[in-house]
Structures are given as structure tokens and as C-alpha cells.
Ligand binder design. Structure first.
Ligand SMILES: *[C@@H]1O[C@H](CO)[C@@H](O)[C@H](O)[C@H]1NC(C)=O
Ligand SMILES: *[C@@H]1O[C@H](CO)[C@@H](O)[C@H](O)[C@H]1NC(C)=O
Ligand SMILES: *[C@@H]1O[C@H](CO)[C@@H](O)[C@H](O)[C@H]1NC(C)=O
Ligand SMILES: *[C@@H]1O[C@H](CO)[C@@H](O)[C@H](O)[C@H]1NC(C)=O
Ligand SMILES: *[C@@H]1O[C@H](CO)[C@@H](O)[C@H](O)[C@H]1NC(C)=O
Ligand SMILES: *[C@@H]1O[C@H](CO)[C@@H](O)[C@H](O)[C@H]1NC(C)=O
Ligand SMILES: *[C@@H]1O[C@H](CO)[C@@H](O)[C@H](O)[C@H]1NC(C)=O
Ligand SMILES: *[C@@H]1O[C@H](CO)[C@@H](O)[C@H](O)[C@H]1NC(C)=O
Ligand SMILES: *[C@@H]1O[C@H](CO)[C@@H](O)[C@H](O)[C@H]1NC(C)=O
Ligand SMILES: *[C@@H]1O[C@H](CO)[C@@H](O)[C@H](O)[C@H]1NC(C)=O
Length: 556
């Protein structure tokens, strides 16, 4: 501290003092702000990810434990619907219906309406308007995007109509199809009204056939598969193209690590770390689309290799929002280049995860190849994102959406209940057997406890969907005398060998049928649960036990 000089005017010293104080405050606040900025991390979709991060950073032998009956991904966490890259359709509203109605009135000044009473003309635009209005008022959770012109149903007073929609609870731009059969009638003023809407996918005549009926050489009609294939899915693997395109690229390549055949949560945690590093380094990530499904999710109870990423996740979305290339394609191009050119492709091999992404930022090599040869747990991909790197690498959660093919199943299940259902998430499995960590869970989710507790939360005879990891189908039978109970297994036909899903995954899998495994079940259960009107959770609503075990409620 400077000594006060008595010859100086007092004011000057005061000003000096004040400015010193101000400067300190300024420095201090900048410091605080910087600390906040550095430690700020965008929220992860997993409710217990904070606890997870702690587990991963503090315990050497990290194993993945999240609530294995629920899986949040990008489309569940975005704050606003993500816009379509192709240009999105504007949802139909009451106002837009009125507008087209007015337009119609103007054109039809001659026809007053009542002369054709009792004849339903499905191609009359007023029929469509009546149906649009009905849908808008009935299915409040749905954003209707576009309708096709109604066609005749099976009876004179029926019309079939198809449309595309989004569920307002899903925050992606993906569109789904429905086609229903409506029984139509007239109001007193001779305008059309809907007397009765058909069920989900009941409007068979409005279903757009994939291929048109064609006559064979014998004059017989060819058997056409009545397919409703979702031709909006384009998850073909992009190919790199020319040698020179390959040479110009900058790649980040991860060898297979200890993550292989671990649980799917572990897989995602690791994969998103790798993808995050690629984005940080502004490189194309070399991706292995072949996944090993851990035994906890398989029917055989053994790890199963060779599962396609696209069975579970939306590859179309991933390739749109991030730069990736298929591993097989990449390795082929690399080998070919090194064979045909004198100058090899510059490669930087990184043997240890302790080499941070920040250290690699300046590296000019075409390929950065991270190898994970160390013994477990030194060979997990996610370790790259530990420590100081955590402040620079953001896991791109928004890049992971669930497979559209599975989401079609979700739409079919919720649509068949007309989106008017409540849901209960019942966590049992290993947790209910672990009395040390979850002392009350088993009792609180017993059939009798469920009957008692749900009666206070859900109106009698509602549709109730139960998302659960309880394997015994009849476990919930007691609830059937109070509610219309729906379980995933009630919808087996949606993935059975006559289903659209079966056809499409078989095609994706080179002609070999794909089983509907435990992980797919979790994904579908999760999304149906999220579409319910009233949602009852095991933790918070059914039991006092904590989600992550005894005394862990605060970390939830
Ligand atoms: C770490 O894992 C190994 C192998 O699974 C096991 O033998 C060891 O006991 C574990 N260590 C700790 C601290 O959990
Ligand atoms: C009404 O007539 C105008 C011009 O005659 C036409 O442009 C418009 O498309 C018609 N609207 C409807 C809903 O048919
Ligand atoms: C049905 O409505 C369409 C469109 O308004 C019209 O072109 C057609 O002639 C009508 N058919 C009958 C049988 O009235
Ligand atoms: C639809 O039904 C009406 C009468 O019910 C009939 O006049 C019309 O020809 C039918 N249209 C088609 C395309 O079959
Ligand atoms: C119908 O069959 C003929 C010959 O078999 C073929 O040339 C034509 O493209 C087919 N049309 C459709 C719509 O499939
Ligand atoms: C599918 O997407 C790829 C780009 O990933 C594009 O090249 C291809 O044309 C698309 N196919 C269709 C049928 O839209
Ligand atoms: C990322 O790389 C591309 C091409 O490799 C380049 O055009 C772009 O400027 C880079 N962006 C950043 C932020 O480094
Ligand atoms: C479908 O599965 C059923 C029962 O598992 C079987 O009887 C039937 O032959 C299968 N159909 C086809 C086309 O694979
Ligand atoms: C699936 O494919 C089979 C054989 O190609 C066909 O008979 C069946 O109708 C298809 N099912 C669906 C729902 O597309
Ligand atoms: C479940 O618990 C949460 C948190 O306590 C509460 O907000 C919600 O209303 C409860 N749900 C029902 C259906 O009672």
C-alpha cells in the first residue's frame, strides 16, 4: 500500500483509492465470470448424468449404471422443434382452415348446399375441411402437416383420408403418416360433419401404394405387397467418392476400444465423446456402424456382434448434422491410396488418451488415429473427454435421435390409443432385488401397491400404458379391473414377421431377419411414455426410494 502523501490534495487520493477498488472489483468479476464460463456444461439428457460424470472421474473402474429402462436422446431434450433441413411444413390451424373455407365459399356462390343431401361426396373439398377441423379439435397433441384428398371408403357414407403429422412432444422435424376412415354426415345447415372417426391406419383406401397394380403377361393381376413402407427414411451410408476427395479430407479415427460390447449407455457416452472431439478438431469422424449389443439386452443373454447402428438410431439425422464417414469405406480408400501413390497419407498415431484434444488441434496430419490398446479401463473412448478436455469437448447429444423405424412403432402404439392415454413407468428388474440400495422399491411396485397408488393419480378406465423392465407379462393383471392396461408385448404385430418394421430391418440387414431386442424395447417404451397425458414415475411418485440408490436423491 502506498503511503498517503499529506501534500497531495485529499480528493486525488480518494479518486485513486476508488479507482483501485473499482479495478479490483472488475478483475474479480471477470475472474468469476471466466470460471463460470469454463465450468458451464450444457445439460446432458440423462437425469443421472451428473452422478455418472462423478462416477467416471472419481472411480478408476467405471461401469455404466443408469436407469436401464429409459433412454433420453436428442429429440427428447431440444427446447424447440428442430427445423427440417429440407424445409418444413406449416401445421394446419383453425385459422388456416377458415381461410380455405372462405376461399371455397367465394367460388361456390351458386350452390347453396342442401340439394345434394344424403350424398356424401368424398372429393368435395368441404369434406376435407370438416375432417381437418375434427382432427384439430380431437387430437390436441398432434400437429397436422398435410392432407391428401379424401377418397371413398367401403360404404357410401365413409371417406378415407391420409395425412402427415408430428407429435408436439417430439422435438424433431420427422413426419409420420396416418390414414383413417371417417363416417360422415350432415349438420342441420347441410354442412358436412364427422360422425365417427376410424381407428389408427383404418383408411386403407387412402393409403398410398408403393407400386401401382400392374397386369402380368398372363393378364392376371400381379400380387402387390400392400406395403406402407416409410419412403421418407434415407439412411444410406454416404460414400466418399474420388481419391482426391479422400486426400483432401481430415479424419479422426478411433480404433475399437474396451467400450465394445459394453452397455449401450456406455456406448453412447463414448461415441458422443469421440464425435465431440471430431467436431472440436473440425475433422470427419470415421464411424464403425457395427455395434456389439451387450448381453443385458439380447434374447440369448450373450453379447451379440454385428448390430447395425441404424437399428437403434437415426443415421439420416446423424449424417446431416455431423461429418462422418463409414469405417469400411474409409479403410478401403486409405489402403488404395497408399498402394497407388508414392507419398503416403500423413498419419498421426495417438497411443494414449492422455494426449488431449487441445494438443491435437494444431496437428496437420490427414488422419489422426487414436488407438486404444491399453488394458481396461485405460482403453475406454470416453476417457479422452475426461479432465481438462471436458471443458472443451461438448458431447453433441442433439445428433442422436432414435431410429425412425422404431418411432413409427411408437406412433402406431400411441396412435392406436388415439393419443389419449396415461402412462406408468414401473422400474423393477435388478433394482427391486437390491434391498440394500432400494429397500422399498419391490414392495412399492407390487401389484397391490400399484392398484392402490394409481387410483389416486389416474381416473378409472383410462388407457394406461405401462413402460417397464418387469419381464413377467401377467404381473400387472390386477390393474386390469380398474384400467385398460397396455403393455409393449400387446403390440408384437408391429415388429412381427408380417410387419413393416420387420421388412425394413431385414432389408437393412442384408436379408437376414432382425430380432426385436431389449434395447429397442427400451427405446419404444421411453417414447410412448413421453407421449402420455399423465405420467407416473416410479421414483418420485410410487416410491420414496432414490433413483440412484439409498441417500442419492439429491444427485438426481
Ligand atoms: C476393477 O475391475 C476389475 C476387473 O473387472 C476387478 O477385478 C477389480 O476388482 C475392479 N476394481 C475396483 C476398484 O472396483
Ligand atoms: C377459387 O377460385 C379462384 C379463381 O377462380 C382460384 O384461384 C382458387 O384456387 C379457388 N379456390 C378454391 C379453394 O378452389
Ligand atoms: C364431388 O365433388 C367434386 C369436387 O367438388 C366434383 O368435381 C364432383 O363432380 C362431385 N361428384 C358428385 C358425384 O357430385
Ligand atoms: C365414390 O362414391 C360415389 C357414391 O357413393 C360414386 O358416385 C363415385 O363414383 C365413387 N368414386 C370413386 C372414385 O369410386
Ligand atoms: C407394368 O408392367 C409393364 C410390363 O410388364 C412395365 O413396362 C410397366 O413399367 C409396369 N408399370 C408399373 C406402373 O409398374
Ligand atoms: C439419400 O441421401 C444421400 C446423401 O446421404 C443422397 O446422396 C441420396 O441421393 C439420397 N437418396 C434419396 C433417394 O433421396
Ligand atoms: C473446418 O475445416 C474446413 C475444411 O477443412 C474449413 O473450411 C473451415 O474453415 C474449418 N473451420 C474451422 C472453424 O476451423
Ligand atoms: C412368421 O412367424 C410365424 C410364427 O412364428 C410362423 O408360423 C410363420 O411361418 C412366419 N412367417 C414368415 C413369412 O416367416
Ligand atoms: C413385407 O414383405 C412381404 C414379402 O415381401 C410382404 O408379403 C408383406 O406384405 C410386407 N409387409 C409389409 C407390412 O410391408
Ligand atoms: C409425480 O411426482 C412429481 C414430483 O413430485 C409431481 O410433480 C407429479 O405431479 C406426480 N405425478 C402424479 C401423476 O401424481
Amino acid at each position: 500500500m502506498k503511503e498517503l502523501n499529506p501534500t497531495d490534495p485529499i480528493g486525488q487520493n480518494l479518486i485513486k483509492l476508488i479507482s483501485n477498488v473499482c479495478f479490483s472489483v472488475f478483475v474479480f468479476s471477470v475472474l468469476i465470470f471466466t470460471v463460470i464460463a469454463i465450468t458451464y456444461q450444457p445439460p446432458d439428457p440423462w437425469e443421472s448424468s451428473r452422478a455418472l460424470t462423478k462416477v467416471f472421474t472419481e472411480v478408476e473402474n467405471a461401469t455404466f449404471k443408469t436407469d436401464s429402462s429409459i433412454l433420453k436422446t436428442g429429440e427428447d431434450i431440444a427446447t424447440a422443434p428442430v427445423a427440417s433441413p429440407i424445409g418444413s411444413l406449416v401445421p394446419i390451424t383453425e385459422a388456416s382452415i377458415e381461410k380455405s373455407e372462405e376461399e371455397l365459399e367465394k367460388n361456390l356462390t351458386l350452390k347453396s348446399g342442401c340439394e345434394d343431401l344424403h350424398v356424401i361426396n368424398c372429393s368435395d373439398p368441404k369434406v376435407l375441411i370438416a375432417i381437418q377441423r375434427f382432427n384439430l379439435r380431437t387430437f390436441k397433441s398432434i400437429a397436422f402437416l398435410d392432407y391428401q384428398t379424401p377418397v371413398n371408403g367401403s360404404k357410401p357414407d365413409e371417406c378415407d383420408v391420409a395425412w402427415r403429422f408430428r407429435n408436439k412432444k417430439e422435438r424433431s422435424w420427422r413426419k409420420y403418416r396416418d390414414f383413417r376412415r371417417f363416417k360422415m354426415g350432415f349438420n342441420d345447415d347441410c354442412s358436412y360433419k364427422v360422425i365417427h372417426p376410424g381407428r389408427w391406419h383404418s383408411g386403407l383406401n387412402a393409403r398410398r401404394p408403393r407400386s401401382r397394380i400392374n397386369a402380368t403377361g398372363n393378364g392376371q393381376k400381379a400380387k402387390i405387397a400392400p406395403s406402407v413402407r416409410d419412403n421418407e427414411i434415407n439412411d444410406t451410408i454416404p460414400v466418399m467418392g474420388s481419391d482426391s476427395a479422400f486426400r483432401r479430407g481430415k479424419y479422426l479415427y478411433y480404433s475399437r476400444g474396451g467400450d465394445y460390447c459394453k452397455g449401450m449407455n456406455h456406448y453412447l457416452w463414448s461415441f458422443l465423446c469421440a464425435l465431440g472431439e471430431a467436431q472440436y478438431l473440425n475433422r470427419t469422424f470415421v464411424m464403425d456402424l457395427s455395434i456389439c449389443l451387450a448381453s443385458t439386452y439380447t434374447q440369448t443373454n450373450k453379447d451379440e456382434e454385428g448390430k447395425d447402428f441404424r437399428f437403434y438410431f437415426d443415421f439420416e439425422h446423424l449424417k446431416e448434422v455431423s461429418s462422418i464417414v463409414d469405417e469400411g469405406d474409409f479403410l478401403g480408400d486409405w489402403k488404395r491410396w497408399d498402394k497407388t501413390h508414392k507419398a503416403k497419407i500423413p498419419v498421426r498415431k495417438v497411443a494414449n488418451y492422455k494426449v488431449t484434444p487441445m494438443q491435437l488441434r494444431k496437428d496437420k496430419s490427414s488422419i489422426i488415429w487414436r488407438q486404444f490398446d491399453a488394458p481396461e479401463p485405460e482403453n475406454y473412448w470416453y476417457r479422452v473427454c475426461e479432465g481438462p478436455a471436458a471443458k472443451y469437448i461438448e458431447r453433441p447429444w442433439h445428433a442422436i435421435w432414435k431410429s425412425k423405424r422404431l418411432m413409427n412403432i411408437v406412433s402406431a402404439i400411441s396412435g392406436s390409443m388415439d393419443w389419449d392415454f396415461d402412462a406408468v413407468h414401473v422400474v423393477r428388474g435388478d433394482k427391486s432385488q437390491n434391498k440394500a440400495l432400494w429397500p422399498n422399491l419391490d414392495a412399492d411396485t407390487s401389484p397391490d401397491a400399484l392398484v392402490t397408488k394409481l387410483q389416486g393419480m389416474i381416473e378409472p378406465w383410462r388407457n394406461v400404458y405401462i413402460a417397464t423392465n418387469e419381464p413377467f407379462y401377467n404381473y400387472f393383471d390386477k390393474l386390469r379391473s380398474h384400467y385398460k392396461i397396455h403393455l409393449l408385448d400387446d403390440y408384437k404385430y408391429l415388429w412381427g414377421n408380417t410387419s413393416e418394421w420387420y421388412n425394413e430391418t431385414t432389408l437393412l440387414n442384408g436379408g437376414r431377419p432382425v430380432g426385436f431386442d431389449g434395447y429397442m424395447r427400451v427405446e419404444v417404451d421411453t417414447e410412448v411414455l413421453y407421449r402420455a397425458k399423465t405420467r407416473v414415475e416410479t421414483f418420485y411418485n410410487l416410491t420414496r426410494d432414490c433413483k440412484d440408490g439409498i441417500n442419492m436423491c439429491s444427485t438426481g
